[in-house]
Write a new protein. Structure first.
Length: 246
């Protein structure tokens, strides 16, 4: 999934049958009676022909954004808008964008959405008990100062791991953090800092997370050392390997 701009798109999708060596596309994603989609990468494959895709739609003023769940049941030939996730933010720079979603059961889903309202940025949780048809707002996993999307993963023992990056300037610099939930996202444990104090400015973030066969997690993101005088000043893709202590 990709988009031509961050507000109203248009958005397109590609597919591959050989693990990314060759791609078919782009195929235009329909607007589904919205003001346009700015697609990021958040989808759940539910079978050979079924998929839920979670997108950011433009608000009525044409700016990003509001999160919506969409679905295909015929391998992407047609798409349906399933449900909005949360209310539409105020016009202007306020937004709800870039969801990270996991399936907890055949009917139960959890998504964590990047929010901005005025000068505040945070991560909000939403749960669905009916396969994305309706959504309930949960307590916020991270309440303040996060200005990048999150990554979400369920461990084999049922715990949820939320990875995110604080964008901080000044003396502290940015940091890579995780929290764990033992109750399907209803509450979250204390923040654990996996990486920080390296002179990274605010141009960092966008984590992804996968679990290795040995149980350790690989969290990837983009990073820099821009505030350091003793290291080259460039951005790069980085990874943190972390054992969640199963």
């Amino acid at each position: 999934m990709q988009r031509e701009n961050n507000h109203d798109g248009p958005s397109h999708f590609y597919y591959t049958y050989d693990r990314g060596k060759a791609w078919a596309g782009p195929f235009r994603f329909p607007n589904l009676d919205t003001h346009g989609f700015a697609a990021r990468t958040d989808y759940l494959g539910d079978g050979p022909d079924e998929m839920l895709v979670f997108l950011t739609a433009a608000k009525r003023d044409g700016r990003e954004g509001r999160v919506v769940a969409t679905r295909t049941a015929d391998g992407g030939m047609t798409w349906q808008r399933r449900a909005w996730i949360g209310p539409e933010p105020a016009p202007g720079r306020d937004f709800a964008i870039m969801p990270a979603t996991v399936r907890l059961s055949p009917e139960k889903l959890l998504t964590v959405v990047r929010h901005r309202e005025g000068g505040r940025t945070w991560l909000a949780g939403y749960a669905s008990e009916n396969n994305a048809r309706t959504w309930e707002r949960l307590d916020d996993p991270v309440t303040d100062n996060v200005n990048t999307p999150a990554a979400l993963l369920q461990l084999p023992d049922g715990r949820l791991v939320l990875a995110y990056v604080f964008r901080r300037g000044g003396g502290e610099g940015s940091s890579v953090c995780v929290r764990i939930s033992t109750d399907e996202g209803r509450s979250w444990g204390d923040e654990m800092v996996l990486r920080g104090d390296e002179g990274a400015n605010t141009d960092v973030g966008y984590p992804r997370i996968v679990r290795r066969p040995d149980g350790k997690l690989v969290i990837t993101y983009y990073w820099n050392h821009a505030m350091r005088e003793d290291l080259p000043r460039y951005r790069y893709i980085a990874a943190t390997i972390w054992d969640p202590g199963e």
